[in-house]
Design a protein around this ligand. Structure first.
Ligand code: SF4
Ligand code: SF4
Length: 187
């Protein structure tokens, strides 16, 4: 089946999830280190305030903080972590499939191009994507998604021992007590 966005859907630009658990808060859009400056400049150019936090770091020693950041994350604009700041929810314009348009669509982060693909071999789509919920899965019309995912994977290979994940402390008010903030050692 061919992948195509469901009419009027903007879900993946709006909804943010707790990952890998509530303790870590809600995540943002994954931004590779080499994308960070470009995205920051696009925000300035469009007059948009953004927050980019670290996401994954690595270190040689367990008892120190990360010495290298493998990925950052672009946080949502709402207090609860939802809604990408680049999503145009105000102007009344529509994306080609009828959802809210992205203000930086042609220059959006690789992670946005890859979505909803989460594995390329075998092809696996994020089951939270509305297309997957309604149509199951797809194996066609995913070339740009595959290309973007492979680029991300190539850059995300850790070259030293310990992996750290950044807790964003962003989420629903009722989850404030559970959420942590800052680097947490994963292994
Ligand atoms: S990728 Fe999925 S969730 Fe995102 S707009 Fe398309 S159908 Fe909706
Ligand atoms: S950058 Fe654009 S495509 Fe990516 S989440 Fe934001 S609005 Fe959606």
């Amino acid at each position: 089946m061919e992948f195509q966005c469901i009419d009027d859907c903007s879900q993946c630009c709006v909804e943010r999830e707790y990952y890998p658990s509530k303790k870590f808060g809600k995540i943002g859009v994954l931004i590779l280190p080499e994308e960070k400056e470009r995205i920051e400049k696009l925000a300035i150019k469009n007059g948009i305030k953004i927050t980019i936090l670290p996401r994954i770091g690595i270190s040689e020693k367990k008892d120190s903080y990360p010495t290298k950041i493998l990925a950052y994350q672009l946080m949502g604009s709402e207090k609860n972590g939802n809604t990408c700041p680049f999503l145009d929810t105000q102007s009344g314009k529509k994306s080609p499939h009828g959802g809210f348009p992205c203000k930086i669509y042609n220059e959006r982060p690789l992670a946005c191009t890859a979505y909803p693909l989460i594995e390329s071999d075998p092809i696996t789509l994020d089951e939270k994507c509305k297309f997957c919920k309604e149509c199951g899965t797809a194996d066609k019309n995913l070339n740009s998604e595959i290309e973007a995912l492979l680029k991300i994977k190539e850059k995300m290979v850790p070259d030293v021992g310990h992996i750290w994940r950044y807790a964003t402390n962003v989420g629903e008010i009722e989850d404030q007590e559970i959420m942590e903030s800052g680097w947490i050692l994963e292994n």
